[in-house]
Design a protein around this ligand. Structure first.
Ligand code: FAD
Length: 392
């Protein structure tokens, strides 16, 4: 890839709303992405390979559990900082952001929120550095948008729980050391279990031939009579609210992350349009290209204000799941539209690996589907404003 010249657009001086700490955290993440991610990411995406060597650096910049208190190895930062880190990572690549999202919001968050003190001490500090990596198993072959229908189940065998079932489309699965697995007990209640690699009957085959999120490893979690020690049950998680609370945290980060991909696309298109000449003029001088660029910066600005406000609500503990759904849905769709438009501004060059646009575009096709599809988030807003669930 050519030199990474990224500077984020800030049309409404949103930076003035950030603290010095926020800017410090964001700039450190940005520098790390420029140094470690941008030079190698295209090659890894072409090969559909997860750049495992980035794990240590992700830990060092605080991308694993930024909001987890320092006593458990986290960075003890607020949710705006978490969002800004996700923005910078996804500006580099959605696959790298996905790895950090899963580790932070779907593995560390449930252990912190629903785990015992022993579980927190045992796992969180190692997850914060990347010494341990985790996965989150909710989706199943027959249950995606409707996780409450899950078939994975466990039975109390006195000394241990016996776990059976299968999860699919699981980020980080092929290399994860532990998995937070959501399964039903004998009463049909959804509970969370910490399953460790090496437990007999537990396997994690990789999913191949993805055209999207090619730098993120995806796989299955298969449980065949896995004996899970009783101390690996998350004591405070009960019912679907458990996994959904984790998804709120991850979706919040995705709303920021998608913004990063959109910013990268806008910046790339703007720079190219000013440099590329056709009919004797820079293509940026043509109204049709200006329309594209002007609409991009307008949408980015609206999305920036949306997540900034959401982050403040979340810091104050006043955010709702429906507000997060709205932000995730809006910002991912916004990013996908901007990346598609930016790709066109670059003409044929836009389809090459010289520029990040096709990679962002294909990545966002997963981002618009995982953590609740675009449709499902719309139905959540519909339910919230009418009081009528239209899911079934
Ligand atoms: C790359 C990738 C990584 C992922 N990582 C993880 C992970 O780490 N952990 C995990 O647990 N899951 C993960 N997922 C799974 C993801 O969350 C699911 O794919 C998603 O929830 C949708 O489920 P589904 O694919 O089964 O689609 P389905 O639920 O079958 O939906 C198919 C279509 O039907 C629509 N639809 C469904 N129900 C309704 C309804 N009631 N009304 C209207 N339309 C409806 C949907 O919007 C969608 O358009 C990942 C997925 C991908 C692609």
């Amino acid at each position: 890839m050519a030199q990474d010249l990224f500077q984020h657009p800030d049309y409404y001086q949103v930076d003035d709303l950030l603290t010095d700490e926020h800017k410090l955290v964001r700039d450190a993440a940005r520098e790390w992405v420029k140094r470690e991610v941008s030079p190698i990411i295209e090659e890894y995406a072409q090969k559909a390979k997860f750049p495992k060597h980035l794990i240590q650096g992700l830990g060092e910049i605080g991308a694993f559990g930024p909001f987890i208190p320092e006593e458990y190895g986290g960075a003890g930062l607020d949710y705006i900082s978490y969002g800004l880190i996700m923005q910078e990572l996804e500006r580099g690549d959605s696959g790298i952001r996905s790895t950090a999202s899963v580790q932070s919001s779907l593995v560390m968050f449930p252990i912190w929120k629903f785990g015992s003190e022993e579980q927190k001490q045992k796992y969180l500090p190692k997850l914060a550095t990347g010494e341990l990596m985790g996965a989150f198993g909710l989706t199943e072959p027959n249950h995606g948008s409707n996780p409450g229908g899950m078939e994975t189940k466990f039975a109390d065998k006195g000394d241990y729980y016996l776990l059976n079932g299968a999860k699919m489309w699981i980020s980080n699965a092929p290399f994860a050391d532990i998995a937070i697995v959501w399964a039903k007990n004998e009463e049909g209640r959804i509970k969370g279990l910490i399953v460790e690699r090496g437990m007999e009957g537990f396997s994690t085959p990789e999913t191949h031939n993805k055209w999207s999120l090619r730098t993120s490893a995806t796989g299955e979690l298969i449980f065949q009579d896995v004996k899970v020690p009783k101390e690996n049950l998350l004591p405070e998680a009960d019912g679907l609210r458990g996994p959904l609370t984790c998804l709120d945290s991850a979706r919040y980060g995705i709303a920021w992350g998608a913004l990063g991909a959109a910013m990268d696309a806008y910046e790339t298109a703007l720079r190219y349009a000013k440099e590329r000449t056709q009919f004797g003029k820079p293509i940026a001088s043509f109204q049709l290209q200006q329309k594209k660029l002007a609409e991009m910066i307008t949408e980015i600005t609206k999305a920036q204000l949306l997540v900034w406000r959401l982050g403040n609500l979340r810091n104050e503990g006043k955010d709702t799941a429906a507000q997060i759904s709205m932000a995730k849905r809006n910002n991912v769709e916004m990013a996908l539209k901007i990346v598609r438009e930016a790709r066109q501004v670059l003409g044929a060059m836009g389809i090459t690996g010289e520029y990040p646009l096709m990679r962002h575009m294909m990545n966002l096709e997963s981002v618009i589907t995982y953590e609740g599809t675009h449709d499902i988030h719309l139905l959540i807003t519909g339910y919230d404003i009418t009081g009528i669930p239209a899911f079934k």
